[in-house]
Each structure stands twice: as C-alpha cells, then as structure tokens.
Design a protein around this ligand. Structure first.
Ligand code: SAM
Ligand code: DTB
Ligand code: SF4
Length: 319
C-alpha cells in the first residue's frame, strides 16, 4: 500500500454531497482510479466473523437483532468458551480467512468476563491470524489490556451522521463512540470504524457519516459499510431499502475520502446481486466478511463467494 502524506481531514459536507451528486460514471471512474493508486484492484481481504456473546444487549440500536429492547427470535448465549472460539478460528483459517473478528453484544465488556476475552485474542493471534474484536465501549484500562494482548483491530462504528444518530440509538451518544475510538487509538490498536446505510437516512446523512470518518485525526485503517439487514421484530424491519446504485455511490465516496483505508463491503451482501457487489469492488471496496454467518444473520455461501471471485478474477489478499 502506498503511504500518503496528504490525506485530508478537513472535508466539508457540501464537498462530499457534490461527490455523491456527480454522474455515476464520473464518480466511479474517479473512485476506481484512486483505488488503483493505492491498492491492487483485483485483491480483496477476507475476514470471518464470530459472535462470541449473543443477544440480550442493553443498548437500543434500532437495526439490531441483539438488542434486549426488541422482540426478535434469537437465542441468547453467554460468552463462548475459549476452546470453541479456537475451533471456529481454525475453521476460518482453513477456509482462507486472514483475520478473525469476534463480536459481543455488550454495552461494554463486564469485568468478570474480560480475562477470557484477552485469552481469546492471545490464542487466535498465536495461530497466525490477525485479530479483531468488537465489544462495545471501552475504558482506558480495557483498551490498553487489549493492546497488550496483541489485538490488531477494534471495530466500533459511528453508524450514521451525528444529526440522525438520535433517531437510531438513544442509550449512548455520538461522543461516547468518539471517546472509545480515541482510547483504542491511544492503545495503539488499529481502527475498524464505519457505519450502516439503509436505515431511512438521507443522502445528507450518508455524507455526514463519511465526513465524520474522514475527519477523524487519522483515517480508520478499515471502514466497514454495512447495508441494513432487516430483522423482524426490530423497529427498522420494514424501512424502505436503499437503492443499490446509491449504495455503490456510498462506497465510491468512502474510497475518495479515505484513499488509503480498506473499505469493507460488510453486512447486506446476501441481499445484493453479484452485479451490485462487482460494482462495489470497482468503486473501491476491498474487503469482505467471508463465511456463512455474520453475527446473527446470514452471509452468502462460501462456494458462491468463491465463484464470484473467480468470475471477477479477484484473489484473496494475503494480509
Ligand atoms: N455491540 C458492539 C457495538 O455495537 O459496537 C458490537 C457489535 S455490532 C453488531 C457491530 C455493527 O454491526 C454495528 O455498529 C452496525 O453497524 C452493524 N450491524 C448491526 N446490526 C446490523 C444489521 N441488522 N444490518 C447491518 N448492520 C448491522
Ligand atoms: C461491522 O461493521 N459489521 C459486522 C462487524 N462490524 C461486527 C457486523 C454485521 C452484523 C450484521 C447483523 C448480524 O449478523 O447480527
Ligand atoms: Fe448492542 Fe451492538 Fe446491537 Fe447496539 S449494535 S444493540 S450495541 S450488539
């Protein structure tokens, strides 16, 4: 990856909206050209996700199957035993994933369970995989303990624009999110930070999310763009889906604003055509979640993804 000295952190909302408003071909051409300056255009990083603690979350994120505030058909599970996590990581490694991402439905990690989480990081890392965790809000000590355990990435999303945030989540603030992001950075851990689209937000909100991400003191190394997976029982189960081409535009604008970051085509691929995904890769997406499940919802079958990669001439990135 080329290092760039002149990455910008002072994007204005109207500049970003103007990018969105360009003719589709112009936007995609620019994004793809910039993508090629920083990355191999035919190489995509693959990560596998595991839910290490499922459901019963006290937060009220309106999109989420795991919030205790909504009636969703989902079996709650306690923190997974270490051995089981290692078995899952071994399977992921065998199927070609280079990063193992572990997610827990917590507002923040409980004291009693945190030592086991640290062991998970140490042991998965010892297998030669990159590690990523998403555990909710962290305090300084937790962030530095994760860093000391060797955690490579922490995933903590801003999700949407500051203006729309309160329509989606009321149990924490945007500033809470920013505080944890700062602690993760201070602990020397790489950031995986992005958001979710298709929540009923406006284009202005999508621009606002990307503005926040691009204007962080350093761009997150990984920027997941999730498309809402509608879950029965959540307040957003019936929201109007985002247009596929608007989703592609969002990926392209993320690439233009954060040229050296990995842009992850994250949740929602099961509801996307192969053609939409191909356009996302062209627009600058260069990582995906691989494996039949995300955390609680489905992801495309592994053999489908292998076929898609082969059709497109895409090779998995070797970290
Ligand atoms: N509890 C932790 C937190 O919220 O930071 C970690 C797990 S949470 C499931 C991680 C991210 O997944 C959310 O920030 C959101 O962007 C995404 N996500 C959750 N539910 C989703 C859904 N139904 N569709 C698409 N993305 C979703
Ligand atoms: C992220 O931005 N997307 C992933 C990961 N980070 C943890 C999670 C997607 C979750 C999709 C809904 C589910 O499967 O529960
Ligand atoms: Fe909890 Fe994370 Fe789901 Fe929000 S997105 S309800 S914090 S698991």
């Amino acid at each position: 990856m080329n290092q760039v000295a002149d990455l910008r952190h002072d994007w204005q909302r109207d500049e970003i909206v103007a990018m969105f408003e360009q003719p589709f071909n112009d936007l995609l051409f620019q994004a793809h050209s910039l993508h090629r300056q920083h990355f191999d255009a035919n190489s995509v990083q693959i990560s596998t996700l595991l839910s290490i603690k499922t459901g019963g979350c006290p937060e009220d994120c309106a999109y989420c199957s795991q919030s205790a505030h909504y009636k969703v058909e989902l079996e709650r599970e306690k923190l997974m035993p270490l051995k089981q996590v290692i078995t899952e990581a071994q399977k992921a490694k065998a199927s070609g994933a280079t990063r193992f991402c572990m997610g827990a439905a917590w507002r923040s990690p409980p004291k009693g369970e945190f030592p086991r989480v640290l062991e998970m990081v140490e042991q998965v890392k010892a297998m030669g995989m990159e590690t990523c965790m998403t555990l909710g809000m962290l305090d300084d000590q937790q962030a530095s303990a994760l860093g000391d355990a060797g955690l490579d990435y922490y995933n903590h999303n801003l999700d949407t624009s500051p203006d729309f945030y309160g329509d989606i989540i009321t149990t924490r603030t945007y500033d809470d999110r920013l505080d944890t992001l700062g602690r993760v950075r201070d602990a020397g851990i790489k950031l995986c930070c992005g958001g979710i689209v298709g929540l009923g937000e406006s284009r202005m909100d999508r621009a606002g999310l990307l503005q926040q991400l691009a204007n962080l003191p350093e761009h997150p190394e990984s920027v997941p763009i999730n498309m809402l997976v509608q879950v029965e029982g959540t307040p957003l189960s019936d929201v109007e889906s985002i247009d596929a081409l608007e989703f592609v535009r969002t990926i392209a604008v993320a690439r233009l604003l954060m040229p050296a970051s990995m842009v992850r085509l994250s949740a929602g691929r099961s509801d996307m055509s192969d053609e939409t995904q191909a356009l996302c890769f062209f627009a600058g997406a260069n990582s995906i979640f691989y494996g039949e499940h995300l955390l609680t919802t489905d992801n495309p079958a592994v053999n489908h993804d292998q076929q898609l990669f082969s059709n497109l001439g895409i090779e998995p990135m070797s970290t």
